[in-house]
Design a protein around this ligand. Structure first.
Ligand code: KG4
Ligand code: ZN
Length: 321
């Protein structure tokens, strides 16, 4: 990373195969796999970038929110690097990495609205600058990615199921089964996805078992249409209410083809610029953390030795700490 914007390497160690057997993330296994991977990932990131350890001027790491065991592995490695090399450390919020990821690929002016949709988050943030975030709305129950993964499980697809539902949805009829759009008409910017998931569960219960491939595709298409409808319409409404002309859609669910297509249509219709990071920067990755980390390193907001990992942490407070 140069100037917090130029990407030299982005190495991701996936644990999907380890957790797929269990149908979801097993926290203890996640921590152990982080321990196994961390040195290998750091070394290959340096190698790909063609950079020596001694050339590094600062270290950025996320300290939360998330699974505490996995976060501690990253944070401990970052602390060891920073203090071993006598260079500063910046500890950033996981979601500020997601919402700032587009800056690695394109110039983007502040302020903008960010829809962050991942396995643990479905949040709408107003972003006035790096470190200046305000939550406008969030899910009251399941995150969007969690709903995708649970519906995929119901349909007998593997974990994580978001991408598989997305693929299946393209082969189904979105009008064949119509699922509810929770909270769509509530005058706020919050979401709720557990009702859509329950509606899918109930519908699957009425189908003759085993469900046919066409039925599976129709359910995926109906579910995806409901999710995309709620996410896009509430986001657009928030952008218009806040007078924001730019929207960033970030997090693993931002890979979704249906979501990308519908946002592009609505953005053109309303004169709102919609920015999606490329798929490699939507899912979890270390490069996205470099954007805020570089800014905090430059501005002297360095983390001290007592900095700790946190499982829950509001993004609104991240810029202030
Ligand atoms: O941001 P991310 O990689 O990790 C978290 O911070 O949670 O997001 C992972 C989530 C998973 O729930 C996964 O199913 C979902 O992103 N996802 C998708 C797609 N690709 C990944 N959901 C819908 N459509 C996709 N194409
Ligand atoms: Zn994430």
């Amino acid at each position: 990373m140069l100037d917090g914007r130029k990407l030299l390497s982005n190495v991701v160690a996936s644990q999907v195969e380890v957790h797929a057997r269990f149908g979801g993330v097993v926290p203890e296994l996640a921590s152990r796999k982080h321990v196994e991977a961390i040195s290998i990932v750091i070394n290959s990131a340096l190698q790909e970038a063609g950079v020596q350890l001694a050339q590094i001027e600062g270290v950025g790491v996320t300290r939360g929110p998330g699974l505490i065991g996995a976060l501690l592995v990253g944070l401990s490695a970052a602390k060891a690097l920073a203090w071993g090399l006598e260079i500063p450390l910046a500890a950033v919020h996981h979601m500020e990495g997601h919402v700032l990821a587009p800056l690695l690929e394109q110039p983007l002016e502040f302020p903008f609205l960010a829809l962050a949709v991942s396995g643990g988050h479905s949040h709408l943030y107003r972003v006035d600058g790096i470190g200046r975030y305000r939550t406008l709305g969030q899910t009251l129950d399941d995150a969007a990615g969690e709903a995708y993964d649970k519906v995929a499980k119901l349909l007998g697809l593997g974990y994580p199921g978001g991408a598989q539902i997305d693929r299946l949805a393209a082969q189904g009829d979105p009008q064949a089964v119509v699922f509810p759009r929770p909270m769509l008409h509530k005058p706020n910017f919050d979401f709720s996805f557990s009702g859509i998931k329950t509606a899918v569960l109930q519908y699957v219960g009425t189908c003759r078992s085993p469900i046919s491939e066409q039925q599976q595709a129709d359910i995926a298409a109906g579910f995806q249409t409901a999710m995309v409808d709620v996410l896009t319409r509430k986001t657009l409404r928030a952008a218009l209410a806040e007078g924001l002309e730019r929207v960033v859609v970030a997090g693993g669910v931002a890979c979704n083809a249906g979501l990308r297509r519908r946002f592009a249509e609505l953005g053109a219709e309303h004169g709102i610029q919609i920015c999606f990071p490329s798929p490699a920067l939507c899912g979890d990755n270390a490069a996205m953390l470099g954007v805020p980390a570089d800014f905090y390193l430059e501005n002297g907001r360095h983390a001290g030795p007592a900095v700790n990992a946190v499982s829950s942490w509001s993004l609104d407070l991240a810029g202030a700490s």
